[in-house]
Design a protein around this ligand. Sequence first.
Ligand code: GLN
Length: 469
Amino acid sequence: MKTYIDFKNRVKAGETTCEQELSSILAAIESQKDLNAYLELNEDAILSARESDKRFAAGNPRPLEGMLIAVKDNIFVKGMRATAASRMLENYRPIFNATVVERLQQAGGIVVGKVNMDELAMGSSNETSYFGGVKNPINKEYVSGGSSGGSAVAVAAGLAHTALGTDTGGSVRQPAALCGTVGFKPTYGRLSRYGVIAFASSFDQVGIFSSNIEDTSLIFDVINGQDENDQTTAKLDAVNTFEKLNEDLPSKFKVGVLPDDMLKQLSADILEVYESKLEQLKAMGAEFHKIELINSEYWVPTYIVLTTVEASSNLARLDGVRYGHHTDLVVDDVDYVALNRGEGFGDEVKRRILLGTHFLTSNSQNNYYDKAKQIRQLITKSYAETFTKVDFMFLPTTATAAFKANVKQDDPVKMYLSDFFTTSANLAGIPAISIPSGKNSLGLPIGMQLQAARFEENKLLRFAKALMK
Ligand code: GLN
């Protein structure tokens, strides 16, 4: 994996240039094409790299000067395709940048290319992509995780310094854990979603992949803050976490840990790493509190009901009339939209649109949608209370390490349950981060997760850094 901060120091020391770094990354992308991480490369990257070299030479580099970034294909980069890995948007080219991309570029960041993902961000293995699955670089028989599989693999395989993804129910943290990178999902509302293709609007958040906390913090500082184009961004001043990353931690702090019955869900390799990290936390001064996170059996069902409802509404605009794939068959009006959508969407997306539509029909709205909203409030409240007692929650990111390709694809319920430990942070809108924490006997990475109260990114990143040592 590459580290931007090291790279920047090497440029400053005259040991390399942005142009050389870009060429070596492009060569690596070419030689590892079989991972299927990239969908499109940015032809203008070379011009930006030369511009960055000039700025370094003139002694005025911007905060992210020359950082080579992979961008998930549901985030707009002006002039490049944004397919969200769906046939529906196969030829869609947005004419503006997402706010997060605009801010990265203003700070000197360079988009290397757009990366693969599960179709419209629905999936946990990157196998629902219209462009084929993404392979785990540690062992190509295994999945990368999803839905931001391409972003995780770009970082894990050294095909970018860092990457952007989106996290609706774990899509940054879970692939980060499975590929051995850092994956950070900030508080709901902290980052703009302007120019990000919506999946479930009350859950979606842009997230950051990197090899280390410093790089994550640098990016977060540049992209966070209110955006007049996204009314859901929090009306708070932008925060600066990087300056405070090295501040001393309190000598004593409180950490919420899983109750024993939840530990039973973990595979042996994950449990072993979890326990060894608890030892490390203890040595750092942690006092543990077993936290009974209420309604955990409803986390995934509540997530599925609410996100499919929101998706069925968000995706209604993709009808092939105004946007998206249109059929070549000659048919009457009604069939036209049905055929466009039938041909344009894959099975998982169709399943979710149907589920969401079903949950909104008059017969099931009371039984599912309204109940799910109530449970979401209880989960949010339970987290808020938890964070009056502890500084963090510490839990695994996933219950197992990466699984083999093609094993869960035909079993949606099994696939949905792989998100057990990640969905609750999106239900409650809190920040959470997955950090690489070890490997199992097959050499597959294992990630652990820290969660904090809303808008406590500063604290979260400082502890994550300490815990990664
Ligand atoms: N794996 C989850 C799902 O399939 C999460 C997706 C996401 O965060 N975008 O919905």
